[in-house]
Design a protein around this ligand. Structure first.
Ligand code: GRF
Length: 207
Protein backbone atom coordinates (compact mmCIF):
# COMPACT_ATOMS: atom_id res chain seq x y z
CA UNK A 1 0.00 0.00 0.00
CA UNK A 2 1.56 3.29 -1.11
CA UNK A 3 1.57 5.82 1.74
CA UNK A 4 0.88 9.25 0.22
CA UNK A 5 1.24 12.66 1.88
CA UNK A 6 -0.23 15.65 0.03
CA UNK A 7 1.19 19.17 0.50
CA UNK A 8 -1.31 21.96 -0.15
CA UNK A 9 -1.72 25.73 0.15
CA UNK A 10 -5.14 26.52 -1.29
CA UNK A 11 -8.55 25.19 -2.25
CA UNK A 12 -7.44 21.57 -2.53
CA UNK A 13 -9.32 20.55 -5.68
CA UNK A 14 -6.38 18.37 -6.70
CA UNK A 15 -6.35 16.82 -3.21
CA UNK A 16 -10.07 16.18 -3.66
CA UNK A 17 -9.41 14.46 -6.99
CA UNK A 18 -6.95 12.16 -5.21
CA UNK A 19 -9.39 11.47 -2.35
CA UNK A 20 -12.15 10.72 -4.88
CA UNK A 21 -9.81 8.48 -6.87
CA UNK A 22 -8.98 6.38 -3.82
CA UNK A 23 -12.68 6.15 -2.90
CA UNK A 24 -13.89 5.22 -6.41
CA UNK A 25 -11.08 2.75 -7.04
CA UNK A 26 -9.39 4.60 -9.92
CA UNK A 27 -6.39 4.94 -7.64
CA UNK A 28 -5.44 1.51 -6.28
CA UNK A 29 -3.02 0.28 -3.66
CA UNK A 30 -2.86 3.75 -2.10
CA UNK A 31 -3.60 5.35 1.27
CA UNK A 32 -3.53 9.12 1.86
CA UNK A 33 -1.83 9.12 5.26
CA UNK A 34 -1.58 12.89 5.70
CA UNK A 35 -2.10 16.42 4.43
CA UNK A 36 0.23 19.28 5.30
CA UNK A 37 -0.39 22.95 4.53
CA UNK A 38 1.59 26.12 5.14
CA UNK A 39 -1.70 28.05 5.19
CA UNK A 40 -4.05 27.52 8.12
CA UNK A 41 -6.94 28.91 6.06
CA UNK A 42 -6.45 26.49 3.16
CA UNK A 43 -9.79 24.84 2.36
CA UNK A 44 -7.71 21.79 1.48
CA UNK A 45 -7.30 21.23 5.24
CA UNK A 46 -11.10 21.17 5.56
CA UNK A 47 -11.25 18.56 2.81
CA UNK A 48 -8.75 16.45 4.78
CA UNK A 49 -10.85 16.80 7.94
CA UNK A 50 -14.03 15.83 6.07
CA UNK A 51 -12.30 12.63 5.03
CA UNK A 52 -10.65 11.81 8.38
CA UNK A 53 -7.18 12.32 6.93
CA UNK A 54 -4.53 13.41 9.48
CA UNK A 55 -3.57 17.03 8.80
CA UNK A 56 -0.92 19.47 9.95
CA UNK A 57 -0.42 23.18 9.36
CA UNK A 58 3.23 24.20 9.36
CA UNK A 59 3.33 27.92 8.74
CA UNK A 60 6.57 29.89 8.12
CA UNK A 61 4.99 32.62 10.25
CA UNK A 62 5.31 30.39 13.32
CA UNK A 63 9.08 30.03 13.01
CA UNK A 64 11.87 32.51 13.67
CA UNK A 65 13.55 31.78 10.36
CA UNK A 66 13.25 29.72 7.22
CA UNK A 67 15.70 27.11 8.40
CA UNK A 68 13.61 26.31 11.50
CA UNK A 69 10.49 26.18 9.32
CA UNK A 70 12.22 23.79 6.89
CA UNK A 71 13.21 21.51 9.77
CA UNK A 72 9.67 21.51 11.17
CA UNK A 73 8.19 20.78 7.74
CA UNK A 74 10.55 17.85 7.18
CA UNK A 75 9.93 16.51 10.70
CA UNK A 76 6.14 16.61 10.18
CA UNK A 77 6.56 14.87 6.85
CA UNK A 78 8.90 12.17 8.18
CA UNK A 79 6.48 11.48 11.04
CA UNK A 80 3.83 10.49 8.47
CA UNK A 81 6.31 8.05 6.89
CA UNK A 82 5.36 8.75 3.25
CA UNK A 83 6.34 6.57 0.30
CA UNK A 84 5.27 9.39 -2.04
CA UNK A 85 4.87 13.13 -1.52
CA UNK A 86 2.42 14.97 -3.77
CA UNK A 87 2.72 18.75 -4.15
CA UNK A 88 -0.80 19.90 -5.04
CA UNK A 89 -0.66 23.66 -5.24
CA UNK A 90 1.94 23.90 -2.50
CA UNK A 91 3.35 27.42 -2.76
CA UNK A 92 6.36 27.05 -0.49
CA UNK A 93 9.90 26.50 -1.85
CA UNK A 94 10.83 22.90 -1.06
CA UNK A 95 13.95 22.70 1.10
CA UNK A 96 16.92 21.09 -0.63
CA UNK A 97 17.34 18.52 2.17
CA UNK A 98 13.75 17.38 1.51
CA UNK A 99 14.40 17.01 -2.23
CA UNK A 100 17.52 14.98 -1.50
CA UNK A 101 15.80 12.76 1.05
CA UNK A 102 12.74 12.11 -1.13
CA UNK A 103 14.41 12.11 -4.56
CA UNK A 104 12.14 10.48 -7.15
CA UNK A 105 9.48 10.09 -4.44
CA UNK A 106 8.03 13.61 -4.73
CA UNK A 107 5.76 14.75 -7.60
CA UNK A 108 4.21 18.10 -8.49
CA UNK A 109 1.22 19.11 -10.64
CA UNK A 110 1.88 22.18 -12.77
CA UNK A 111 -0.91 23.85 -14.79
CA UNK A 112 0.96 24.08 -18.11
CA UNK A 113 2.65 21.84 -20.67
CA UNK A 114 6.20 22.12 -19.30
CA UNK A 115 8.58 23.59 -20.54
CA UNK A 116 6.06 26.27 -21.51
CA UNK A 117 4.85 28.78 -18.94
CA UNK A 118 6.75 27.39 -15.98
CA UNK A 119 9.60 28.27 -13.66
CA UNK A 120 9.91 31.05 -11.11
CA UNK A 121 6.82 33.25 -10.91
CA UNK A 122 4.63 30.91 -12.98
CA UNK A 123 1.94 29.69 -10.63
CA UNK A 124 -1.83 29.97 -10.29
CA UNK A 125 -3.62 32.37 -12.64
CA UNK A 126 -0.35 33.88 -13.86
CA UNK A 127 0.29 30.73 -15.93
CA UNK A 128 -3.02 31.12 -17.77
CA UNK A 129 -2.68 34.89 -18.16
CA UNK A 130 0.66 34.39 -19.93
CA UNK A 131 -0.73 31.60 -22.13
CA UNK A 132 -3.62 33.85 -23.28
CA UNK A 133 -1.24 36.79 -23.72
CA UNK A 134 0.96 34.64 -26.03
CA UNK A 135 -2.08 33.42 -27.91
CA UNK A 136 -1.30 29.69 -27.69
CA UNK A 137 -4.05 27.36 -28.99
CA UNK A 138 -3.24 24.47 -26.66
CA UNK A 139 -2.41 24.49 -22.96
CA UNK A 140 -2.54 21.70 -20.41
CA UNK A 141 -1.01 20.26 -17.25
CA UNK A 142 2.09 18.32 -16.28
CA UNK A 143 2.95 15.92 -13.48
CA UNK A 144 6.70 15.81 -12.88
CA UNK A 145 9.13 14.60 -10.26
CA UNK A 146 10.57 17.35 -8.11
CA UNK A 147 14.26 18.15 -8.33
CA UNK A 148 16.35 21.14 -7.22
CA UNK A 149 15.00 23.36 -9.96
CA UNK A 150 11.57 24.97 -10.39
CA UNK A 151 9.33 22.73 -12.55
CA UNK A 152 12.47 21.11 -14.01
CA UNK A 153 12.27 17.50 -12.79
CA UNK A 154 11.52 14.40 -14.95
CA UNK A 155 8.10 14.68 -16.64
CA UNK A 156 5.78 11.78 -15.86
CA UNK A 157 2.41 12.68 -17.45
CA UNK A 158 1.01 15.54 -19.52
CA UNK A 159 -2.45 16.26 -20.89
CA UNK A 160 -3.38 18.92 -23.46
CA UNK A 161 -6.41 21.20 -23.29
CA UNK A 162 -7.74 23.45 -26.08
CA UNK A 163 -7.95 27.21 -25.63
CA UNK A 164 -11.36 28.57 -26.70
CA UNK A 165 -12.14 31.97 -28.17
CA UNK A 166 -12.94 34.46 -25.45
CA UNK A 167 -11.34 32.43 -22.66
CA UNK A 168 -10.50 34.43 -19.56
CA UNK A 169 -7.64 33.26 -17.31
CA UNK A 170 -10.20 32.01 -14.79
CA UNK A 171 -12.21 30.05 -17.36
CA UNK A 172 -9.04 28.54 -18.83
CA UNK A 173 -7.68 27.66 -15.37
CA UNK A 174 -10.87 25.80 -14.53
CA UNK A 175 -10.85 23.88 -17.84
CA UNK A 176 -7.21 22.88 -17.31
CA UNK A 177 -8.07 21.66 -13.81
CA UNK A 178 -11.19 19.74 -14.88
CA UNK A 179 -9.84 18.24 -18.11
CA UNK A 180 -6.19 17.75 -17.20
CA UNK A 181 -5.00 18.22 -13.60
CA UNK A 182 -7.73 16.22 -11.90
CA UNK A 183 -7.11 13.36 -14.36
CA UNK A 184 -3.34 13.06 -14.66
CA UNK A 185 -2.48 13.56 -10.99
CA UNK A 186 -4.61 10.61 -9.78
CA UNK A 187 -3.35 8.54 -12.73
CA UNK A 188 0.27 9.34 -11.85
CA UNK A 189 -0.28 8.18 -8.27
CA UNK A 190 -1.94 4.96 -9.41
CA UNK A 191 0.96 4.21 -11.78
CA UNK A 192 3.51 4.79 -9.01
CA UNK A 193 1.45 2.82 -6.49
CA UNK A 194 1.54 -0.18 -8.84
CA UNK A 195 5.24 -0.04 -9.57
CA UNK A 196 4.82 1.08 -13.18
CA UNK A 197 7.16 4.09 -13.06
CA UNK A 198 10.91 4.33 -12.97
CA UNK A 199 13.31 7.23 -13.39
CA UNK A 200 16.46 6.71 -15.43
CA UNK A 201 18.87 9.23 -16.92
CA UNK A 202 16.62 12.08 -15.83
CA UNK A 203 13.58 10.69 -17.61
CA UNK A 204 10.44 9.16 -16.08
CA UNK A 205 9.53 5.90 -17.80
CA UNK A 206 6.12 4.24 -17.60
CA UNK A 207 6.52 0.46 -17.95
C1 GRF B 1 -3.63 24.07 -9.34
O1 GRF B 1 -3.96 24.88 -10.45
C2 GRF B 1 -2.30 23.42 -9.60
O2 GRF B 1 -2.04 23.17 -10.95
C3 GRF B 1 -1.35 24.44 -9.12
O3 GRF B 1 -1.95 25.04 -7.99
C4 GRF B 1 -3.36 24.91 -8.11
C5 GRF B 1 -3.83 24.22 -6.87
O4 GRF B 1 -5.21 24.20 -6.85
N1 GRF B 1 -0.09 23.82 -8.77
P1 GRF B 1 -5.95 23.30 -5.73
O5 GRF B 1 -5.48 23.80 -4.38
O6 GRF B 1 -5.55 21.87 -5.98
O7 GRF B 1 -7.40 23.55 -6.00
Amino acid sequence: MLRVVVLVSGGGTNLQAIIDGVHNGSITNTEIVGVISNNKNAYALERAAQNQIPKRCISPRDYENRSLFNEALLAALDEMQPDLIVLAGFLVVIPEMMITKYRNRMINIHPSLIPSFCGTGFYGLKVHEKALERGVKVVGATVHFVDEGTDTGPILLQKAVEVANGDTPEVLQRRVMEQAEWKILPRAIDLIANGKVRVADGKAIIE
